[in-house]
Design a protein around this ligand. Structure first.
Ligand code: AP5
Ligand code: MG
Length: 226
């Protein structure tokens, strides 16, 4: 069994790939962004504190993130079956993750780094629509929701409040400064697997899926019996 990480700039396709991989390998997704947006939607104390930070494109304080993440890693139900989407976001978070992984006797098998040019991610983010009912992610430019690929009512399709041009530029800057150094951290641990994220969604998915099969016999067994 193995935990994996999906890494990449805003709009790289982490959430899109995570959804397919979760369905295929019966993994549980930890998206720190989704967890934070849930806090905002539920108007919790934390949600009210972080809304403006997310809308500015900055990173939320590590202390808020650590608790949310530990709650899931410590759950035996998800033991070594996690796919991290957009976490860790800085070196401190990567170190915290390492200590949590060892505290709960688990391991990280691979960090998939999706490489996508900055100009492309801007267009991807501006066109993104997420279905609040089924979780599928669409794009008005590249992969619109249609009757053939989506069963839910159109009213569930939503744009994120941080998906506007000004915030995207700040998010990309934050990524370059704070998040990119995490790549070296995992490269030093020989965990990095670079993926060309400029290709079609299905081609990227097939490549990651093939690598996942080689990661662990258990994952392969799950696949065989699906
Ligand atoms: P988060 O929600 O993590 O956002 P992000 O990292 O900016 O990444 P996105 O969700 O925008 O992109 P994605 O890679 O998931 O792309 P997607 O698959 O949707 O974080 C949001 C905010 O929360 C942060 O800015 C920060 O404030 C805070 N935060 C989150 N985690 C934090 C942490 N750990 N610490 C501190 N703060 C944190 O795809 C995008 C679009 O492109 C979609 O429309 C999709 O259909 C399309 N697409 C995907 N792949 C392709 C492809 N191959 N070809 C064409 N189109 C594609
Ligand atoms: Mg995402």
């Amino acid at each position: 069994m193995a935990n994996v990480i999906l890494f990449g700039p805003p709009g790289a396709g982490k959430g899109t790939q995570a959804k397919y991989l979760v369905d295929k390998f019966s993994l549980f997704k930890i998206s720190s962004g989704d967890l934070l947006r849930k806090e905002i939607k539920n108007e919790t104390e934390l949600g009210n504190k972080i809304k403006s930070i997310i809308d500015q494109g900055s990173l939320v304080d590590d202390n808020y993130i650590d608790g949310l993440i530990e709650k899931i890693i410590s759950n035996k139900k998800y033991f070594n079956m996690l796919i991290f989407d957009g976490y860790p976001r800085n070196i401190n978070q990567a170190k915290t993750l390492d200590s949590l992984i060892s505290k709960y006797d688990q391991k990280i098998s691979c960090v998939f780094s999706l490489k996508v040019d900055h100009e492309v991610v801007v267009k991807r983010i501006l066109g993104r629509q997420t279905c609040l009912s089924c979780g599928l992610i669409f794009n008005t430019f590249f992969s619109p929701s249609t009757k053939e690929n989506h069963n839910c009512d159109e009213k569930h399709l939503q744009k994120r409040s941080d998906d506007n041009e000004a915030t995207i530029i700040k998010r990309i800057k934050t990524y370059d400064i704070k998040t990119l150094p995490v790549l070296n951290y995992y490269s030093d641990q020989n965990l990095l697997c670079e993926i060309d994220g400029m290709r079609e969604i299905s081609i990227i998915y097939k490549e990651i899926r093939a690598i996942m099969h080689t990661l662990d016999t258990w994952l392969y067994m799950v696949h065989l019996y699906k």
